[in-house]
Write a protein that binds this ligand. Sequence first.
Ligand code: SIN
Ligand code: CO
Length: 391
Amino acid sequence: MSLSVTTLPGGMSAEEFLRDYWQKKPLLIQQAFPEFESPLSADELAGLSLEEEVESRIVLEQGATPWELRHGPFTEDDYRTLPERDWTLLVQAVDQFVPEVAELLQAFRFLPSWRLDDVMISYAAPGGSVGPHYDNYDVFLLQGHGHRRWKVGQPCGPDSPLLPHPDLRILSDFEQQDEWVLAPGDMLYLPPGLAHYGIAEDACMTYSIGFRAPSHGEILTHFSDFLSQYLGDHQRYSDAGLSLPADPAQIDDQTVERLQRLILELVQDKEALGTWFGRYMTEPRFPEMITAQELDESLLNDALDQGYGLVRNPSARLAWRQESNEYLMLFASGEHCLLPTRLLPLVQLICNQDYLDADQLGSWRADGEAVLLLEQLLGKGDLLLEEDEDE
Ligand code: SIN
Ligand code: CO
C-alpha cells in the first residue's frame, strides 16, 4: 500500500512542489484534473446552504452596502431575490457532506492529512467575487465549473490597508503581479498571505482545498492548558537563595530569568507536546456529527461477513505518532489511545484508506486487540459501517 502520493495532480513531483512552491509562491496547474466535472451542481450547492448544520455565506458586491455579507442557512426565497450578477455563495466543509468531494482529497496526500482543513465550494454568478483579499492559510483553488479570472497580487500582512467593513477583510490596495483565467480542471496553489482576487467570467464554481495552521497564540494557550492539567497546586514559583533586594518594589532580571527557566523546563516535555498536538489537530470541526453508537458483540465480524466495510466518518480526523519502540499513539477526533507498535500497519490502514473491507482487514480480524480497536472507533463514531456499493 502506498501511503502518500508522490506526484501532484497534473504530474509535478511532490518533491519539486514542496521544495519550490509550498508556503513560498503560487503555482498554476493547467488541467490538474483533466475533464473535471463537478460532482455537485450549483443547485445542489445552493440546496446545502438551506441546511441548518451547514456553514454558508453570500457576498454581494453591490448589496445593501458594498460587499454585503449574508449568513446562511438561506431559504429558496433568498435565492429568488438575488440579482443576475456579481454575487457569490460560499459553502464550507462540503467534503463532510458529499463523499465524492471528500474523495478528491486523496489526491492531496503529498501533504500531511492533519494539515487539511476542508473543501469550501463557491458558486459565483457572472462578475461574482469576494473582493481582493489575502488568507492566512495555504489553498488550492480548483476550478469546478465555468471560468474564473484569478489575479494574484502582493504579499500582505496585518498592516496591509483594508476597506472599512465590519466582517470582510477586503484589501484597499491591490498590486497585480499575475493573472490567469481558470477553466474546469485547472488549479491554482496560493501560499498564505498573498493577495488574490477571483472574478467569475461566467457562472462558475470554485473548490478551495484549504489547510490549517494554528496561530502561535493558539499553540501556546492550548498547549499550556493541556500541560496545566498535570500540574499540582503545590508546584509553585520558588526562589530559594534569594539575594537581598536593592529595592523591594523592583522585579529584577534574576526574577524574570527564574520564570524563564521554569517555563522552558515545563514546555520541554516532547511527549506531552506530541500528545497535545495530535489531539488538537484532530479535533473535529463538527463534533456533533460524530455520534457514539451502541455495538452488539460480533456486530463488526457479522457486518464484514455480509459485505459491509468500514469507512472513516467524514467529520472524523485521524492521525498517529510513534511514541517509543513499543508504543504508538492513535489520535481520533481530539482523543488519543496508546497501542502496541505491532498494530501500526492496521493504524495506517485506518488513517489512510477511505474504505476497509473484509479482504483489506485480512488477518487483523483474528487479532483480539485489532478487533477491539476497530470496535472502539466504531463505538465512538469515528468509523462507520457501510455497504460496498461496487459489490
Ligand atoms: C471564492 O471561491 O470565490 C473565494 C476563494 C478564495 O479566494 O479564497
Ligand atoms: Co482567498
